[in-house]
Design a protein around this ligand. Structure first.
Ligand SMILES: C[S@@+](CC[C@H](N)C(=O)[O-])C[C@H]1O[C@@H](n2cnc3c(N)ncnc32)[C@H](O)[C@@H]1O
Length: 221
C-alpha cells in the first residue's frame, strides 16, 4: 500500500495552518480541559477533525445533527458553529461534570440555543429519539459502538452521513492479542459497518481513524 506523505510534526502543522482555524472558544475549551481534566485531554478530537466536521455540516447543508459523546464540547462547538442559526444539535453524554465545560463554551460562543444536551446513557437517549438527522458523530464508549450503529442508521436520513471516531483505536484493531471490550467493540463496529448494505464506508487513516459513512437510500446489492 502506498503512503504518499509522511504525516509528522511540520506536515501536520502545515495541514492545520491551511484548514479552518480554531476560534477563541475552541482554544478556551482546550485550555479549560487541560486545567480541569489534565489526564483526559486525549479524549478530545484532534485539531484537524474539527474542520472536517464543520465542512461536512456545510456540504450536507445539515440542519439537524446528532452527537454521541460530547465530553467538554470541542467537537460539538465545531458542529454547532457550522449550522445555520435555526439548526439543531442533539448531544448525548452521561457526565454532568465534563459537559459543564461544554455548556459554558456554548454560551460563550453564542450557540447554546442550537444545542440540546441529553444526560443519560446514549443507547437510552437514541431509543427515545425519532425524526431524522442529516449527520451523526459517534465518539462515546467504544464497547457500545456496535450497538450504536443500527440506531444511527435508523436515525440518519438517506443521503446523510455518519462519522465515527477512533476506528483504528491506536492500532489495536490489528493486535490479535488485544481482546479488551473496547478493542472488540471497535472491531465489531468496523466489520458491521463495512458489511451494512445501507452504508458506504471510507475509513480514513487520520487522527485515530475516522470512519466517514454515507447513509444510502437503497440497500447495496
Ligand atoms: C471521547 S469523549 C468525547 C469527546 C468529544 N467528542 C470531544 O470532541 O471533546 C467520550 C464521551 O463519551 C461519554 N460517554 C461514555 N459512555 C457513555 C454512554 N454510555 N452514553 C453517553 N455518553 C457516554 C463520556 O462521558 C465522554 O464525555
Amino acid at each position: 500500500m502506498r503512503n504518499s506523505t509522511p504525516l509528522e510534526g511540520p506536515v501536520l502543522r502545515y495541514a492545520a495552518d491551511h484548514s479552518m482555524a480554531p476560534g477563541p472558544v475552541h482554544r478556551w475549551i482546550v485550555a479549560e480541559t487541560d486545567r480541569r481534566f489534565p489526564d483526559l485531554v486525549q479524549m478530545q478530537i484532534e485539531s484537524h477533525q474539527g474542520p472536517l466536521l464543520a465542512v461536512l455540516v456545510e456540504l450536507l447543508a445539515a440542519r439537524r445533527v446528532l452527537e454521541v459523546g460530547t465530553f467538554t464540547g470541542l467537537s460539538s462547538l465545531w458542529i454547532a458553529e457550522a449550522l445555520p442559526a435555526d439548526g439543531r444539535l442533539v448531544c448525548c453524554d452521561v457526565s454532568e461534570d465534563y459537559t459543564s465545560v461544554a455548556r459554558q463554551a456554548w454560551e460563550r460562543a453564542g450557540v447554546a440555543d442550537r444545542i440540546e444536551l441529553h444526560l443519560a446513557p446514549a443507547l437510552d437517549t437514541l431509543a427515545r429519539l425519532d425524526g431524522t438527522f442529516d449527520l451523526a458523530f459517534l465518539d462515546a464508549d467504544k464497547e457500545n459502538y456496535p450497538r450504536y450503529l443500527p440506531e444511527l442508521i435508523r436515525l440518519v436520513r438517506p443521503g446523510g452521513a455518519i462519522v465515527a471516531d477512533n476506528t483504528l483505536w491506536y492500532g489495536r484493531v490489528v493486535d490479535d492479542d488485544d481482546r479488551s471490550a473496547e478493542t472488540e467493540g471497535i472491531r465489531r463496529f468496523n466489520a458491521d459497518a463495512a458489511a451494512s448494505p445501507w452504508l458506504d464506508v471510507a475509513l480514513l487513516p487520520m487522527a485515530d481513524g475516522v470512519s466517514l459513512m454515507y447513509r444510502r437510500s437503497s440497500q447495496r446489492s
